[in-house]
Write a protein that binds this ligand. Structure first.
Ligand SMILES: Cc1cc2nc3c(=O)[nH]c(=O)nc-3n(C[C@H](O)[C@H](O)[C@H](O)COP(=O)(O)O)c2cc1C
Length: 459
């Protein structure tokens, strides 16, 4: 049995993707503006040997439902929301090993400054940063940034390719490994001949100049991505080191196989990718207690808020549909795989709002795994055995209780079975995940841009 990898998923906001659970009396997610909340969470996860805390993010208001943001604002559906990047240094300071996967939407960023921000995070965390590459799916974000609407779905990916080219050149190709003698006697900090200006002229970006920051441990942060449309799969296969997948076992197995094969077609080793399945867990010492806890959580969940959120993700205003009216096939520029999942007919039956609401038992479309530590561990292990995934993205429920319960109950069970680590390996996040050093392999498009040190090959 391979070692299971584990990320916790949270956002710098109240609603996150478990809508309504913030109203549970024990939930503390409304402390998201308090740095102690994040430091405590990071320490809890590190106690459980989690690989990383993955911070999702969204830019723009959820205003597709009813054509206005009111339902989302009332229920704290991912607004108000703070900047996840700014949480990382404090959490890195409170921990030694935990990685930090930070979502950043590149569509409204300048790559030159963006590259420096991530290098800074990699410096301050001593090589523990990952970037979840997203391109956004909200017109409200585009309008807030002075545009009429967002770019069409596939063109967003085309722009993302150009953006990646720029930041890879800055991270990998600008500073040579031996560019920094830091020689106090000679008064020479950096050798100008080993600091190279890039000259990028792409379809979307023109960037001329050297990277502002000196290289960090990982240079390029670990690249996370979730690509499910045809274009998204290609993007993941080219760039991602960690990929998020969802669906049932057959669907997960298929998408993992597809992305690994595409990665090989791009000249990468399929083993250079790790796959994570999103999972919601409700665990207690016995099955009966877990069922009770789940029933308690459900009383606070808000499927209606989940529906408002899902309107934004799909670009479909579900308030226009009657409860049992079939959801029609529509073309939107939002998350294509989500649109397809509700406009395709499963078992010959069209999706309806009633069906969607029924699915959102804990306020999102994830079906919770409920039970004793043994039952949950059995289920997690069976997923890893039967699909080719490497681990899980544990989605929040009641915070921090859901994470703490998992650390106290499920992790020791997995550890006793030998399927989860009991200590961390030393080194950067990339080294912990892949065991092959801090830097991207040469066969990755970023690794290929790395300059050898003029005096010899770089590592
Ligand atoms: C587990 C997971 C987490 C995601 N997190 C974010 C996020 O934080 N912010 C965001 O804008 N999109 C997020 N997405 C959406 C993806 O970036 C991407 O748009 C989508 O999965 C695939 O889109 P496509 O089907 O249109 O290719 C996430 C998707 C998944 C499956």
């Amino acid at each position: 049995m391979k070692q299971i990898l584990m990320n916790a998923v949270h956002m710098s906001c109240v609603g996150d993707i478990a809508h309504g659970l913030w109203t549970h009396p024990r939930d503390q997610s409304s402390r998201y503006t308090d740095l102690d909340y994040w430091a405590e969470l990071a320490r809890t996860l590190e106690r459980g040997c989690f690989d990383s805390l993955f911070l999702a993010d969204i830019v723009g208001a959820n205003d597709v439902y009813e054509g206005r943001p009111d339902a989302a604002l009332r229920a704290a559906v991912q607004m108000p929301i703070d900047d996840p990047l700014l949480l990382v240094p404090a959490m890195a300071h409170a921990t030694r090993h935990l990685g930090f996967g930070v979502t950043a939407n590149l569509s409204y960023e300048q790559p030159y400054l963006f590259a420096r921000r991530f290098t800074t995070l990699d410096h301050l965390s001593r090589g523990r940063v990952a970037w979840n590459v997203v391109t956004g799916f909200l017109d409200s974000a585009a309008r807030a940034m002075g545009q009429e609407r967002q770019l069409p779905h596939d063109e967003r990916y085309a722009r993302a390719e150009d953006f990646m080219d720029v930041v890879y050149k800055l991270w990998e190709g600008s500073w040579e490994d031996d560019a920094l003698p830091r020689d106090k006697v000679a008064g020479v900090y950096a050798l100008p001949e080993k600091v190279h200006a890039i000259d990028h002229r792409g379809p979307y970006y023109r960037v001329q100049g050297a990277h502002l920051s000196e290289p960090s441990i990982q240079r390029t942060p670990v690249i996370f991505q979730a690509g499910a449309s045809a274009r998204g799969i290609d993007f993941a296969a080219r760039h991602a080191e960690c990929v998020f997948v969802s669906g049932n076992k057959a669907q997960a197995r298929e998408i993992v196989g597809t992305i690994r094969a595409r990665a090989a077609a791009f000249g990468r080793d399929p083993a250079d990718l790790r796959f994570f399945l999103g999972v919601v867990v409700v665990v207690a010492p016995t099955d009966a207690l877990a069922q009770e806890l789940d029933a308690e959580y459900r009383r606070y969940a808000s499927p209606q808020a989940g529906l408002a959120h899902f309107s934004s993700q799909t670009g479909i205003d579900f308030s226009r549909y009657g409860l049992d009216e079939p959801i029609s096939l529509v073309k939107t520029e939002s998350v294509q795989s989500f649109v397809e999942s509700v406009t395709s007919k499963s078992a010959g039956k069209a999706w309806t709002v009633r069906k969607l609401l029924e699915q959102m038992t804990l306020g999102s479309r994830h079906t919770p795994l409920i039970g004793s530590p043994q039952r949950v561990a059995d289920a997690l292990e069976s997923w890893v055995r039967e699909t080719d995934i490497d681990g899980f993205n544990l989605v929040r429920t009641v915070v921090p209780e859901g994470f703490t319960d998992f650390v106290d109950l499920v992790i020791p069970e997995l550890q006793s079975r030998g399927s989860f680590k009991t200590t961390y390996a030393e080194g950067s996040l990339r080294h912990k995940l892949f065991g092959a050093g801090d830097r991207l392999p040469r066969r990755h498009p970023a690794g290929a841009l790395r300059r050898a040190a003029s005096g010899g090959a770089s590592t």
